[in-house]
Write a protein that binds this ligand. Sequence first.
Ligand SMILES: CSC[C@H]1O[C@H](OP(=O)(O)O)[C@H](O)[C@@H]1O
Length: 363
Amino acid sequence: MKVDGTPLRTIRAVAGGEAVEIIDQRLLPHRLVIERVASADEMIVAIRDMWVRGAPLIGASAAYGVALLMNADAGDAALEAGCERIRAARPTAVNLAWAVDRMLSHLRPLPAAQRRAAAWALADAIAEEDVAVNRAIGEHGLALIEAIAARRPGPVKVLTHCNAGWLATVDWGSATAPIYRAQERGIELHVWVDETRPRNQGASLTAWELGKAGVPHTLVADNAGGHLMQRGEVDLCIVGCDRVTIRGDVCNKIGTYLKALAAHDNGVPFYVAMPTSTLDPKLADGVREIPIEERSAREVTHIAGLTAAGELAEVCLVPKGTTAANPAFDVTPARLVSGLVTEHGVFPADETALRALAARSAR
Ligand SMILES: CSC[C@H]1O[C@H](OP(=O)(O)O)[C@H](O)[C@@H]1O
């Protein structure tokens, strides 16, 4: 995406495969800081501490993490142990394991001397694939927005949760790709941006993205979505995902399930933008089987922002002694999902369709 006229991506290889540059998303929207990551251990920290975040971007970051591993030691033991450390960085987004497994399958059969070049080439390919996949998701999701625009004048009112934008991928985004394509087509839009407590990916990242792209948007508290849907202020919900089971249960940022319930209750279409790399055919019952990351209580009890003097600061929201639970994701059952917008088209959230999609992707 272009930001103030400059093409930007969330991650890119530099210095002939000596390092990777990432946007440190913890500082957005106040600071746009590009960090250089020069080792697998640094990439593990970047994923775990959410310098980079978003399922597809976590996958690409993991792939580059394996490439950085090969820079240091391309032997079998280092490859296996290092990949397991990368895989353990965050548990929920299946893209992380998908990327590590893909790198392992490619590198294991190779002689150690060939692994470094092969790892960087495959990591680059995974990153480029993500961009192409998101462009295709944009095209298929555009049709949903066009159909709404054709029904009546005025802006198409879209609600999104968390950040499934270009900052959550290598470029374009998944849930925001249809929004950006609709804007390019001149379709009038208005996006309700869920703040998305506790890490505020909506307030800090989606709002920044849409503002830089000139997409009209309004930030809302997470608890306002149901009210807006009851008042007819939402034509379409579109969110991202971190893992989708073969039955179509969708794991996404905490709070997504509540939006899906409100959408279902108000007859609002609820779509999930799903790169097929986020489909996990090994799992069926999402509520029981998907590992839900539990992050630190501090993310709930404290909030970071900019002071009036322009300094980054963190403040405490709770009385001394109050702690917090912080499940980072929840699972929306397939019955609440109107459809899955993939790079191959829009699919129903059901096992028959998803088995066909999984088979197609396996080829
Ligand atoms: C395009 S999928 C983005 C997905 O990832 C986010 O989680 P996190 O910010 O914790 O990595 C959120 O679930 C988004 O929907």
